[in-house]
Design a protein around this ligand. Structure first.
Ligand SMILES: [Ca+2]
Length: 209
């Protein structure tokens, strides 16, 4: 038995509270003081106002093959043309710092919306978003813009979009040209008749993606 244990409870003196650096984004943390009488007793109590504030938007990335987008394409064109179904993957993160040096994942959900034309930020807010759970496959033939929204648990939002994507799986009338070939540069009268006699290339074919 040590001397300090004989001090009555009412005799404790807790004045120097030190934060335990355990606040979270959901609740205040705590603070602890040693008894000023040197008895070794500690007192831990809530630390009002220490709850953390998350003001940082999530990070979001959209990938499709070799293409990657991390923000909204402001003036999308539909120059990305493919002759086969494309797979679009969304990655969203919201890693926030904690007082103890660690981090916490505060991502709530990611959503997508597929449009056939560009949308303004105001229009985007009004669309019917679908929760993103697995990679998206773009088919059938058509024009696609994939919009993505990521939200953290404090309601901070980030948006991103692909550029315009054209899926055209209809085989060209010309055979023997591989997917991704640059038709437009070949599509001149001289090429038709000189390099490819008798061959008529599509006027608005896919550019290489
Ligand atoms: Ca955040």
């Amino acid at each position: 038995m040590t001397a300090s244990e004989t001090i009555p409870a009412t005799g404790h003196r807790f004045t120097q509270y030190v934060s335990n650096q355990d606040a979270t984004y959901e609740a205040d943390g705590t603070k602890t003081a040693d008894c000023g009488n040197g008895c070794g007793q500690k007192d831990t109590r809530p630390e009002p106002g220490s709850r953390l504030t998350d003001t940082k938007n999530p990070e979001v990335e959209i990938t499709m093959g070799d293409h990657l987008w991390s923000e909204t394409v402001s003036q999308p064109t539909f120059s990305l043309c493919f002759r086969e179904t494309q797979t679009v993957t969304v990655t969203a993160r919201d890693e926030e710092a904690l007082p103890n040096g660690g981090t916490v994942n505060r991502l709530d959900k990611a959503y997508y919306y597929i449009s056939d034309k560009a949308l303004t930020p105001a229009q985007l807010r009004g669309v019917s978003w679908t929760e993103y759970k697995t990679a998206l496959r773009l088919n059938p033939d058509g024009k696609f813009l994939v919009y993505v929204k990521a939200q953290d648990r404090s309601g901070n939002l980030s948006y991103a979009s692909t550029d315009g994507i054209l899926i055209d799986r209809t085989p060209p009338e010309l055979s023997g040209i591989a997917d991704g070939a640059i038709f437009s540069e070949l599509n001149t009268e001289s090429h038709k008749n000189a390099s490819f006699p008798g061959v008529f290339l599509p006027v608005a074919g896919c550019l290489a993606a």
